[in-house]
Design a protein around this ligand. Structure first.
Ligand code: ADP
Ligand code: MG
Length: 550
């Protein structure tokens, strides 16, 4: 009989070593070790415990029959074995105060005897234990202790080896993923192509089918780029779960829920979802959210989501690169536009002065007063176009404007200016309020100041549409006149507000040149003044202009 038993053990160990060298997956290897422990030691069941370093709990990675068992660190026989890194053989648990009876109470199982060995890694730390319960005939022998030690050592080494092997595989896969992303994206693509391309490389690596990258702008607007393995890439402005298709609903819902639960976290993953913040220079600019299939092994997930962190960093760097490129494309375009514009304006000047000459001729030749007054109006408009043209040329060439300063009393100045707007304001039901508690006189270029305020009031009128109000408040301090113009219009998004004083920044209107505020800033700067804007989308806009009182 002893002869037969030895052969069985040898066979069992051989089987084990073949399985280990076949680099099978971790769980089936451990399952084999567990089964062998039960068979060889002739026990009723076996469990494999792992110490969770974060929750400080000991939990069953593998157990016969029951669901996962969780024991506080240090508790029970298994807790003692892990803490003391020593084998324990308890022939009668009822006589041992270290026995943790809670588990039996919960599972209904009746433990009589326990044999337990620690799982130790190369560094000599115990990270788990194997436990066999209830020897079928009597108590666990010395021989059983030896066998379980062998199996424990094997299990410990296997877990460590396989984790190392997985680590290497993961690093390779991670590198491959980065290479894929690099291959699938290039500088000629815009953000709308790059972000879905990142997702399409990332999703298969995480065995996921659906994901999204959301970018959040300063005013809270969310641009979402989604990718689904079946439906491909899509762009969403301020994504709304009620309007998005079924395949996106779950991702959007889960993301919202998990974001609330994990507030202020830069990264998290749970069965079902993985999420990483996109961060630039310490501030969040958006996030990546990936929908995972729920059948993924929880034991293997924690490490593999390192992917997502790497990709989050890569994504931010691609976004920044795109922005730099976009900016340089814009300034090239701007330079080209400038050249075109100045040649157009130049070419317009000759015909315009021709027209002006002929109108003057007509005015002299005709007797009728009415026609003469029409001629005056045309000449007046032509003069305005001429001033605009020359300023445009000055602006494009960036030459300094020569100011012609006169003394201007602000209240009177605005009262007169508003007369010109009265008709268009009352047509659109726009109320104007002019507040000026004291007399303020400045030295300024009348014509150019009028360009500034005409443009600000025109923009306000356009932003209001119909029904609203404009308030002009004139105050002063020791050195400066302060002109505050607020409107109840629709405000502007952050990206417009940030660039409002740059040329060609126009947004949300037909026929806008985007030059108005750039010229206004030029003129106010020439007066050694300052101009600032604040705006809330949907609420309104306020400009504050300060001009020195000379
Ligand atoms: P343009 O009026 O030709 O578009 P501007 O330089 O005058 O160019 O203005 C630039 C942009 O700033 C406008 O297109 C508009 O989107 C925004 N803007 C300016 N003033 C306001 C305002 N009062 N309310 C809302 N948006 C404004
Ligand atoms: Mg304008």
């Amino acid at each position: 009989m002893p002869q037969r038993k030895r052969i069985t053990e040898t066979e069992a160990l051989l089987k084990l070593s073949t399985k280990i060298s076949a680099k099978t997956d971790l769980l089936s290897l451990l399952r084999l070790i567990n089964d062998l422990a039960v068979q060889l030691i002739d026990a009723d069941r076996a469990s494999l415990f792992i110490l969770d370093q974060t929750t400080r709990e000991i939990w069953t990675l593998l157990a016969d029959g029951e669901t996962v068992i969780r024991i506080p660190e240090g508790k029970g026989i298994v807790g003692q074995v892990i803490a003391g890194k020593n084998l324990l053989n308890v022939p009668d648990v009822t006589a041992d105060p270290r026995f943790y009876a809670d588990v039996d109470e919960r599972t209904g199982y009746e433990t009589r005897s326990i044999l337990c060995v620690p799982l130790v890694n190369r560094a000599g730390d115990a990270f788990g234990a194997i436990e066999v319960l209830n020897k079928n005939d009597g108590v666990f022998s010395r021989k059983d202790e030896q066998l379980l030690r062998v199996l424990g050592t094997q299990a410990g080494l296997s877990i460590e080896n396989i984790e190392m092997y997985n680590d290497i595989q993961r690093n390779c896969a991670q590198l491959q993923l980065l290479l894929d992303i690099q291959k699938n994206t290039n500088v000629s693509m815009d953000i709308g192509q790059i972000l879905p391309a990142i997702l399409s490389s990332l999703l298969p690596a995480l065995h996921a089918t659906c994901g999204m990258i959301c970018l959040i702008s300063g005013n809270g607007a969310v641009s979402t780029y989604s990718y689904h393995s079946r439906y491909g890439g899509r762009y969403w402005e301020n994504i709304d779960r009620r309007k998005c298709p079924a395949y996106m609903k779950k991702l959007v819902d889960e993301t919202e829920r998990y974001k609330k639960e994990h507030e202020n976290q830069e990264f998290f993953h749970e069965p079902g979802i993985a999420w990483a913040q996109l961060e630039r220079e310490g501030s969040p600019i958006g996030y990546i959210s990936i929908m995972l299939s729920s059948d993924q092994e929880t034991y293997s997930t924690p490490v593999s989501y390192d992917y997502l962190k790497v990709i989050a960093r890569q994504t931010v760097s691609l976004i920044s690169m795109q922005e730099v490129l976009e900016e340089s494309r814009r300034s090239e375009k701007q330079a080209l536009l400038g050249t075109m514009l100045s040649s157009i304006v130049h070419d317009m000047r000759n015909p315009l002065s021709g027209i002006s000459g002929f109108i003057q001729l007509i005015k002299r030749k005709v007797e009728e007063r009415k026609i003469q007054s029409y001629c005056d109006i045309i000449l007046d408009r032509l003069a305005y176009i001429e001033t605009m043209n020359s300023e445009l040329l000055l602006f494009i060439k960036g030459e300094s404007i020569e100011l012609e300063k006169t003394s201007i009393v602000l209240r009177k100045y605005f009262e007169d200016l508003l007369i010109g707007f009265a008709g268009s304001f009352s047509n659109k039901n726009i109320d104007v309020e002019l507040v000026c508690p004291e007399r303020i006189e400045i030295q300024a270029d009348f014509g150019r100041l009028t360009r500034v305020f005409t443009n600000i009031l025109t923009n306000a009128r356009e932003a209001i549409g119909t029904d609203g109000s404009i308030r002009i408040e004139l105050t002063r301090n020791d050195k400066r006149a302060i002109i505050k113009i607020s409107d109840s219009g629709n405000g502007m998004p952050a990206h417009v507000r940030e660039k409002i004083f740059q040329p060609f920044a126009t947004y949300g209107k037909k026929g806008g040149t985007g030059l108005g505020m750039a010229i206004a800033k030029n003129i106010i700067d020439k007066h050694n003044g300052s101009i600032e804007v604040s705006s809330r989308l949907g609420k309104g806009t306020t400009f504050i202009i300060q001009i020195p009182i000379d």
